[in-house]
Design a protein around this ligand. Structure first.
Ligand code: F6P
Length: 560
């Protein structure tokens, strides 16, 4: 089948496949239907278009799809070789073609007794050796056995990292608030804006602080600059000279794949927790990059977090496509991106603890799938990538839901909620606040789907001139993801679900979701510009006329 859509370069054009053409022909029929009609045609839809993955109960009935749409989307997935490509990723083949390496984040959550040898390396034992070392360190910090230079136990952990070396642990630390050890606090510094590191360290005592410098490459400008600032702060606060390696050893650890750079920075590599080139930054929260999280919640809870990922990995690997949650949701995403021309996807967690989840997903999905060429380097033939954004409910309802309900853009939305709250209180007039939250959740998905037609408004006596403003068109699609409770395992399941959705879409688009060349030029330009901004003797003009004029204005303001 692959041969039928392969061109002279060995690549295929997804838009030339039989299934793509069939979907294009099918699209006008679905476009003409309203979700009200789809539910009227199939009253069982709400209980049949659901899928469970681990603890996640997923309802996709409120999507603009018929049974035929799903069949055609799954044919497209098959025609794109999704199952083979998934198996290749899980087996450690070099699916990251532009960097010629594996994308083996799923190995980070394999159980200890699993077997996986990749490129001659026993991956499972390597992974568990690092997890054990992390666990020993976390135990020592949590028990007070690990002490700082002045003999005091540690109360604060500062994770310095950016992108995948920040967003995952920062998001999960918030999400698992209820599982943290009392008296231990994690802080996350990422931005090169000095405000970030200054405002974080201002409130801390260097005697009781450990800094985790988290960087896969250990060359990232923001991270190294912030780490140097933190080391200065620590040594000054402790009244010791720079070069006091024994002091640094008690207060600095590193998470990296680059031992040479870690040593150059002055961190003893005995205090380094490693990972591997085959772990992409945005797929690394379950690697040693999760060290600060593990210190906060403990090694057992971290193991449950990993088990959660593994549950969904197994689901993705083994379930038939018709019952495979990441496949169904990924393919429905393709349906909206490429046939309805939807550009964005809202992620709406009805859980304050997941406030950072949309930001986390932005890197996962947009750094992965924001590509204009195929894995083989040819221009793509269809839009790729999806703009992910969102806020926790009900805050979003009072901000941007107006556009979701009555605007002209189609914005599919993922609603994520939980049966049991992490905190609850009585509502103002009795009942539970969590129940009120979830009543809003269910109400929003219902109103988005079914809206309110003009006839109903007229029957209610709404004046004719007001009706157009009050009509709720409905037909706005959403996925509902419910779980019993936000536990470490459920958080791992949620992350793995989105990792695999991202992979499914990338496979259809034929792009490499594991590289990120697009961020490089900005880094180079910034490095080149720093001198022009800071060195009085540097020539002020060497770029385009806009940038040169802005730099001159900036230098002028800075008195240079
Ligand atoms: O933004 C580019 C990027 O390479 C991300 O992919 C990565 O997560 C981040 O920078 C941080 O990289 P590192 O962990 O090497 O410091």
């Amino acid at each position: 089948m692959l041969g039928s859509r392969t061109d002279a370069t060995g690549e295929y054009d997804i838009t030339a496949t039989v299934s793509w053409h069939a979907l294009a022909a099918h699209y006008p029929h679905v476009y003409a239907l309203h979700l009200r009609e789809l539910f009227a045609m199939d009253p069982e839809r709400g209980s049949t278009l659901v899928v469970d993955a681990g603890d996640l109960h997923i309802d996709y009935s409120k999507h603009l799809v018929t049974g035929e749409t799903i069949e055609l989307l799954l044919s497209l997935a098959r025609e794109a070789g999704l199952e083979d490509r998934r198996d290749a990723m899980l087996a450690g083949e070099h699916v990251n073609t532009s960097e010629d390496r594996a994308a083996l984040h799923t190995a980070l959550r394999l159980p200890r007794d699993a077997e996986l040898v990749v490129d001659g390396q026993d991956v499972v034992s390597d992974v568990h050796a690092v997890l054990d070392a992390m666990g020993d360190f976390a135990d020592r910090v949590r028990s007070g056995d690990w002490v700082g230079h002045t003999g005091k136990p540690i109360t604060d952990i500062v994770n310095i990292g950016i992108g995948g070396s920040d967003l995952g642990p920062a998001m999960a630390y918030e999400a698992l608030r209820h599982y943290r050890q009392d008296g231990l606090h994690c802080h996350f510094v990422s931005n090169i804006d000095p405000v970030d590191v200054v405002s974080t360290l201002d409130d801390l005592n260097p005697e009781t602080t450990v800094v985790v410098v988290a960087s896969k490459t250990f060359t990232t400008l923001e991270t190294i600059t912030n780490a140097v600032a933190a080391r200065r702060w620590l040594l000054a606060g402790l009244g010791v000279d720079d070069g006091a390696a024994d002091v640094v050893a008690k207060h600095f650890v590193a998470v990296s794949t680059n031992a040479d750079e870690v040593a150059k920075f002055g961190i003893d590599t005995a205090n380094m927790f490693g990972f591997w080139g085959w772990v992409g930054g945005r797929y690394s929260v379950d690697s040693a990059i999760g060290l600060s999280l593990m210190i906060a919640v403990g090694r057992e809870r971290f193991a449950e977090f990993l088990d959660g990922f593994h549950t969904v990995d197994e689901h993705f690997a083994t379930q038939p496509l018709e019952r495979n949650a990441p496949v169904l949701l990924g393919m429905i995403g393709i349906w909206y991106s490429n046939f309805f021309q939807a550009q964005s996807q809202a992620v709406l967690p009805y859980a304050q603890d997941l406030a950072r989840f949309p930001a986390y997903l932005q890197q996962l999905t947009m750094e992965s799938n924001g590509k204009s060429v195929t894995a083989g380097g040819r221009p793509v033939t269809t839009p790729t990538g999806t703009v992910y954004w969102g806020e926790p409910g009900t805050n979003g309802q009072h901000a941007f839901y107006q556009l979701l309900h009555q605007g002209t853009w189609l914005v599919p939305a993922d609603f994520i909620g939980f049966a049991r709250p992490t905190d609850d209180l009585d509502g103002a007039s009795g009942g539970s606040m969590h129940d009120i939250l979830m009543a809003n959740f269910f109400a929003q998905t219902e109103v988005l789907a079914f809206g309110k037609p003009a006839d109903d408004l007229a029957a209610e006596g709404v004046p004719a001139d007001r009706i157009p403003h009050k009509v709720m068109p409905g037909n706005r699609p959403s996925t509902t993801v419910l779980a019993p409770r936000l536990t470490p395992a459920v958080l791992g399941q949620l992350i793995a679900l989105y990792e695999h959705i991202t992979f499914v879409k990338a496979t259809i688009w034929g792009i490499d979701p594991f590289d990120q060349w697009g961020v490089e030029l900005g880094k180079e330009k910034a490095n080149a510009l720093v001198e022009g901004l800071t060195d009085d003797s540097a020539p002020a003009a060497s770029h385009d006329s806009s940038t040169d004029a802005l730099v001159r204005w900036y230098r002028d303001q800075r008195g240079r």
